[in-house]
Design a protein around this ligand. Sequence first.
Ligand code: GLN
Length: 484
Amino acid sequence: MHSKTIAELAAGLKKGDFSSEELTTSFLQRIKQFDPELNSFITVSEEHAMSQAKAADAVIAKGAATALTGIPLAQKDIFCTNGIKTTCGSKMLDNFIAPYDSTVIHNFNQAGSVMLGKTNMDEFAMGSSNETSYYGGVKNPWDTLTVPGGSSGGSAAAVAARLVPASTGTDTGGSIRQPAALCGITGLKPTYGRVSRYGMIAFASSLDQAGTFTQTAEDSALMLNVMAGFDEKDSTSIEKEVPDYTANLNQDLKGLKIGLPKEYFGEGLNADVAKVVEAAIEEYKKMGAEIVEISLPNSHLSVPAYYVIAPAECSSNLSRFDGVRFGYRCDDPKDLEDLYKRSRGEGFGEEVKRRIMIGAYALSAGYYDAYYLKAQKIRHLISDDFKQAFEKVDVIMGPTSPEVAFQAGEKSGDPVSMYLSDIYTIATNLAGLPGMSVPCGFSNNLPVGLQIIGNYFDESRLLNVAHQYQQTTDWHKKVPETYK
Ligand code: GLN
């Protein structure tokens, strides 16, 4: 049961092969068995899950089920959940219970899915290895000495170990695609504005976007059907019709134009990873796709621009954690200033403090033009590169990450080398485009991800391009031995 996709589980529920209560119990059991080692959950909401499962079974019995009714899911601990702790991976929010649901959670509740718990993540979604979490690192199920990627490492590891059929994540610079690649599963980051950010704790508001971790592209489509849509509570959510994302999953790829940016295959890309990605592209050629060499000439500026813009936005967003309104408060403050300083000093971890300081510096009078404004101009150039590319091609492909999962501790003392993990994913966020990572093989027995980038709001095509590949290959079906 645990290795079935959402689509297969929904069919089983409908036929009465098992109930949602049985399904939920069996996944909770797997979490109990395996998660003490993996650490992919911060909170397991067993009672809540069982009552949702019971309610879902009643809906199924009435014949009123939709695709996600009764399906167990895990939610990244960045989405506010009414009555259930939301920590964002931080000591700052270790005691925070939101009084409302984020829109994403609300939508899943409406769809009748079952929340098994909240997954581990880098603190405030800052990181690429899950090692900045206050709740400790997450282990990669493919090799527990390696990291699962980040910041949505718990969500990715939980799906890879089949502790849950699917989960949510957020992607500000790569935090869905990179962990999906490192854990050998399918990750989708939709177009900026496609999914509401309401109740999703903000890191860098102009980049943050919620998305999915699944076994298959078909399941990503089922999840996106529930998540996508305009929300008046999010001023950057876009009022645009939501198509049925599963409706387009049977188009053949003859004549599809795939752009390969030469900047994504150069220096810095591990040679074995390159071979695996090239083999995946060969597979697309066999399916009738045409390959077009393209250039994204400002790619090399994406990491530096991101590390000005994201910290600037984070320094402003995180100013609300002041020890007064909510979150951690230090003991015995002497006065107000002491309260602010010690609450923030003790509540935030090192990486978060580093980002707040960089951001405050970049936004300060006198430096604003030199850093923030310049980074915004570069962001424009990067978007223009993509615009030009999409005049010639339908999708863009390349590696998701320059290397496979690295050892825990290997990069934690070296922020710049950690930041380079997202060298192929960050530009997409700066431009606001949708992107996926699809499992496409192994190097050193660790999974490799193929990144597919689409044009704005072209998720249907993106999902079909991934789905067709999963019809002719079975990389997405591979499960680490222990979790089979
Ligand atoms: N790894 C990047 C960072 O640390 C991206 C994180 C994310 O997408 N949330 O900022």
